[in-house]
Design a protein around this ligand. Structure first.
Ligand SMILES: [Zn+2]
Length: 97
């Protein structure tokens, strides 16, 4: 039983060319068009879309192999099997933003 558990960090990654950025672009256009046609309601819809896009602009990757993981709830990397559980290093509150 000397199998070593590989420990890695989840890394939060901004994706400028991803789905989130596309939504943000649509949101900006919607803001202008809806704002011009619907007034403040249209602007609010655009802003809401923009915020939604911001949430989609992030993805989590494995700090060990760099592969994409499902989110911050993932405990083990599906690719390299690295564990994201905090191995007693005591920096659970630290995130790379
Ligand atoms: Zn990995």
């Amino acid at each position: 039983m000397d199998e070593q558990t590989l420990h890695a960090e989840r890394v939060k990654k901004m994706e400028f060319a991803g789905r989130g950025a596309a939504i943000q672009l649509v949101a900006l256009i919607a803001c202008v068009i809806l704002g011009a046609t619907m007034g403040i309601v249209g602007v609010l819809i655009g802003v809401g879309l923009f915020i939604w896009g911001s949430f989609n602009a992030f993805s989590w990757i494995c700090g060990h192999c760099g592969n994409r993981i499902d989110g911050s709830h993932v405990k083990i990397c599906p690719t390299c099997k690295a564990s994201f559980e905090n191995g007693g290093t005591g920096d659970a509150g630290e995130y790379h933003v």
